[in-house]
Design a protein around this ligand. Sequence first.
Ligand code: SF4
Length: 385
Amino acid sequence: MSEKTAVMSRVDRYYEDYGLRAKELSREGTKIIGYICSFVPLEMITAAGCVPFRLRGNIREPITKGDTLMETIVCPFIRSCFDLALKGRYDFLSGMVIPHACDSMVRGYSAWSFSLELPYFHFVNIPSVVKESSFEFFQHELNAYRNSLEDLVKKPVTDADLSSAIKVHNQNRTKVRALYEFRKADPPILSGTELSKTLVVAASLPIHESNELLDEVLAEIGTRQESPFQPGPRILIDGPCVDNMELMKIIEDLGGHVVTDTICNGTRDNWPRVNENKAPLTAIANRYLAGINCPKTYRENKAGTFEGDIKARFGDIGYFSKSFKVDGAVLYTYKFCDPFGFEVPARKAYYESIHVPLLYLEDLYSAGTIGQLKTRIQAFLEMIE
Ligand code: SF4
């Protein structure tokens, strides 16, 4: 592979020194609002003139302070983010928004707001069932969320502010989809590690700078005449938030290619769009309540059969498997993650129904398991080759 270009080196720098740009902006007086889940409506934060910043954990950092204030049976991803916050890694934050997602998130909210003295904390109570009354309820919740940000920034957040925030966030999603297109080639033009790193960094920048960075990466990748990689098994990663590159790197160092995913900081954050032709609050409610596919959300089983139900629940996996011509999938979950854990049997049944070989891995969000992961993944890649 040729020497790293300036833009990919910048991605590396922002990935390694996570929050570098947010720190600079905070020193200049910009309000940085932290979040950890796909269910946080980012457009509201941008419309208030603040910068949404996706918190990250670190699998190489042992959790110490965090475990003095949060039970060790809470999701290790959440505990790692919390631990880093207690250690001052996110001291540049002016606030945090946590949604009603999984129990670890909800229970975590009280530990976060009790332990960190931030000027602003908000809990977005997004329903877990998609039905008519949920939308009504959620719109009231979004209004309360808007009011809480208006109190923080001491100015109104108008529908016009929301509409322009929706536009610029949708532009970001369009650029991300364009990057995913480079993975449809066989072998792919862009590696899973490169794309995931870029998306992790993109979620740490103000939306306009994130769009500029994605434009530069698109331009850079667009100059690649052919794939710099050898042919190998094409893999879909299915799971929660995977914000450390080790899993992708193991698969790609062993000759596989991560070509698509369902993960939070991948397609879950970036695929669904907000409808720009509807009233902003209604459109945001639809996108976050009905558009995001996560195990925490219950959708009515209209088919009335198990087969019909898993098809409805996991159709996105079928769509991505087909569009990116995958040879196999890795279902990756964290210990103590109930939403994904409960769904493993149904997901396994779905992969069988679409004839995609599957490797199921439950992990601890720790560098200590890299050796075991390597052995399991190597055997799987050899099996599907
Ligand atoms: S990985 Fe699971 S438990 Fe952890 S935050 Fe995500 S959904 Fe919740």
